[in-house]
Design a binder for this molecule. Structure first.
Ligand SMILES: Nc1nc2c(ncn2[C@@H]2O[C@H](COP(=O)(O)OP(=O)(O)O)[C@@H](O)[C@H]2O)c(=O)[nH]1
Ligand SMILES: [Mg+2]
Ligand SMILES: [Zn+2]
Length: 352
């Protein structure tokens, strides 16, 4: 089967990536985009087609790791990644489990579709969490409310979602219906990269499959099925749409802990920050303090108590993430010092 090829431009190449490469870099290797990240290595796409390449450990372990959507420099003939290019944006989470590692999920995104269904799953606090995640990633969010066909008060859902953050588009769709899903086309221009995030079962994979024609999924050579022949969304992959955009499906992230270390959480809670500026005392804790504008707004119904408490919760998480990051930096600094000391001792033993 002939593989579809793409120009760098079609792959989403931007001048800011080109600026990171000198002539010597182009002599050593070629730029390619990560289409899929597996334990064994990366599947990349470049103007010469797709290639399986090796990701050296020192690159895999550096920073937040390499993710689907990243641009890398691949060594000519060697099929090995030489460098990771600086990202325009990146979705990062705190890994599940005890070690609290930062882990990139997707890189160089233009749009983040925050998906929720219009029924039981609809949860404003969870949507705010994803909006903060988008702000931290540096990606423009679009809220997509699925299962608009199932019943439930779709208009009320849309209205509630529209209140969460001014300027964020809210689209209600039936993910099973092609015409309905075509409402997402404005964000699927050629070279654009979009990703879906949201709880398990909201329709992310259904949307992805609707947008990406199956022929290009197969032809891209990046679909891998597990031993039982089922497709799994454990490895992150991106697929081209007929309109020329790139779509990334992400597995439902049950343990979506914010990797954000900014207590402002983007501008998701601008309304509360604006209110807080009007409190009588600058260090107002909005907790029984005299002349508190935030509590006054909750009392008169202009601010949702739920929203305030969610802001506080997300701020606590951000401050926790800040602390963890500090500790990790300190640990790796100590580890670096230890390694240096060990190497010095070894040199001495060898009499050099
Ligand atoms: N009726 C209806 N069913 C949907 C819609 N979106 C998703 N589903 C169904 O919901 C289930 C979960 O969808 P899936 O795409 O696997 O969710 P994911 O976990 O977010 O990837 C599947 O059975 C879909 O067919 C929708 O808009 N309308
Ligand atoms: Mg899925
Ligand atoms: Zn206050």
């Amino acid at each position: 089967m002939p593989f579809q090829t793409f120009s760098l431009h079609q792959l989403g190449w931007q001048p800011e990536y080109a600026r990171q490469l000198a002539l010597a870099d182009f002599e050593a290797g070629y730029p390619a985009r990560v289409m899929a990240a597996h334990r064994s290595g990366l599947m990349v796409m470049s103007s010469r087609g797709h290639d399986a390449v090796v990701l050296p450990h020192h690159l895999a372990d550096a920073g937040d790791g390499v993710a689907v959507g990243d641009w890398v420099l691949v060594e000519h003939e060697a099929g090995r990644v030489l460098r990771l290019l600086e990202r325009r944006s990146a979705l990062v989470r705190i890994a599940a489990g005890g070690d609290h590692r930062r882990q990139s999920i997707a890189a160089n995104l233009d749009v983040l579709f925050v998906v929720s269904s219009c029924n039981e799953d609809f949860n404003p606090s969870r949507l705010e969490r994803y909006l903060a995640l988008a702000a931290d990633a540096g990606v423009a969010p679009v809220i997509v409310l699925t299962k608009a066909d199932v019943g439930g008060d779709v208009a009320a859902c849309v209205a509630a979602a529209e209140q969460l953050m001014p300027g964020v588009p809210v689209i209600a769709v039936n993910a099973l219906d092609e015409a309905s899903v075509s409402q997402l086309q404005p964000w699927l221009a050629p070279g654009m990269t979009v990703a879906f995030v949201g709880s398990s079962g909201v329709g992310k994979s259904t949307l992805t499959n609707r947008l990406v024609d199956s022929a290009s999924q197969r032809a891209s050579g990046i679909r891998e099925d597990d031993a039982r022949g089922r497709h799994t969304t454990t490895a992150r992959e991106m697929f081209p749409t007929p309109s020329g955009a790139w779509v990334i499906d992400t597995p439902g992230m049950r343990e979506l802990r914010l990797a954000s270390t900014s207590l402002e959480l983007g501008s998701v809670f601008d309304d509360i920050d604006t209110l807080a500026a009007r409190c009588r005392f600058r260090d107002c804790q909005h907790d029984g303090d005299a002349g508190c504008a935030v509590e006054a707004a909750v009392a008169d119904g202009t601010l949702d108590a739920r929203r305030l408490s969610n802001y506080r919760k997300l701020q606590r998480e951000a401050s926790h993430a800040q602390q963890t990051q500090r500790e990790q930096r300190e640990r790796s600094r100590q580890f670096g010092a230890l390694t240096k000391e060990a190497m010095r001792a070894k040199r001495e033993r060898l009499g050099r």
